[in-house]
Design a protein around this ligand. Structure first.
Ligand code: NAI
Length: 243
């Protein structure tokens, strides 16, 4: 039980990697606040997963909703030990074809959302003198990716914010890290053409896409006491697609 009695907020917890993380954290003894704007899916999984899960229907790009959610999580579970900023979207197009709307939408969710959640949670962690903050970057944020001006900008920004927050919050007993997944088999990636996915497998050293559980295990490690001397780090979990 690596997270016994720890309270974790996992954003984007109703689908893909986030859902795998919710299940993994529960197995390790955590109480989990699942935050997602997919109300139907979130309510269903909360009902299925039992009393150590509470679902909050929240759009992380809406500051007022995020602030209210954090207060509700503290009221419900008593504290917040872990924040996993996992919610994210893509709206891909090459530079010349990208619309302002798609650029802004990705910035609002992937970048503003991470900032809003972390800023709302940090005072609670500072007050208790401990906490773990994990945000989901991407290999696109480290190396760039064709057709992902907006997405790569947000995922690079997460690395900058992670290192900044590690410097600001380390003295308060808070570890701040990022995970940079490679191509992982979730609804986000499954909408890509089969041919492209096969190409991605081909250039991955381990010759397969990631599983949601591969990424969830990295979140778990960084959230656990085993990672207590790791901060400001970007952990690539990508099967060796980028080195
Ligand atoms: P997904 O699309 O399968 O699941 C994302 C979840 O986040 C969904 O449940 C969705 O409802 C929720 N969500 C989206 N916007 C939200 C918002 N504004 N407020 C609240 N909830 C919201 O995506 P996946 O693949 O599980 O991605 C999880 C994270 O991993 C994202 O940050 C993504 O950018 C990142 N990532 C994924 C990779 C992949 O290959 N799947 C590769 C690298 C990074």
């Amino acid at each position: 039980m690596r997270l016994e009695n720890k309270v974790a907020i996992i954003t984007g917890g109703a689908g893909g990697i986030g859902y795998a993380a919710v299940k993994r954290f529960l197995e390790e003894g955590a109480k989990v606040a699942v935050v997602d704007y997919d109300k139907e899916q979130g309510e269903k999984l909360a009902a299925d997963l039992g009393e150590n899960v509470a679902f909050f229907a929240v759009d992380v790009s809406k500051l007022a909703e995020v602030k209210q959610m954090v207060e509700q999580v503290v009221a419900h579970f008593g504290t917040i030990d872990i924040l996993v900023n996992n919610a994210g979207i893509t709206r891909d197009a090459t530079l010349v074809k990208m619309s302002e709307e798609d650029f802004d939408k990705v910035i609002q969710i992937n970048l503003n959302g991470v900032y809003y959640c972390t800023q709302a949670v940090a005072p609670h962690m500072i007050a208790q003198g401990s906490g773990k903050i994990i945000s989901t970057s991407s290999v696109s944020g480290v190396y760039g990716n064709f057709g992902q001006t907006n997405y790569a900008a947000t995922k690079a920004a997460i690395i900058g914010m992670t290192k900044t927050w590690a410097k600001e919050l380390g003295r308060k007993g808070i570890n701040v890290n990022a995970v940079a997944p490679g191509f992982t088999a979730t609804p986000m990636v499954e909408k890509m053409p089969e041919k492209v996915l096969q190409q991605m497998e081909g250039i991955t050293s381990l010759q397969r896409l990631g599983k949601p559980e591969d990424i969830a295990n990295a979140y778990l490690f960084l959230a656990s006491d085993e990672a207590s001397y790791i901060t400001g780090h970007v952990l690539q979990v990508d099967g060796g697609i980028m080195m």
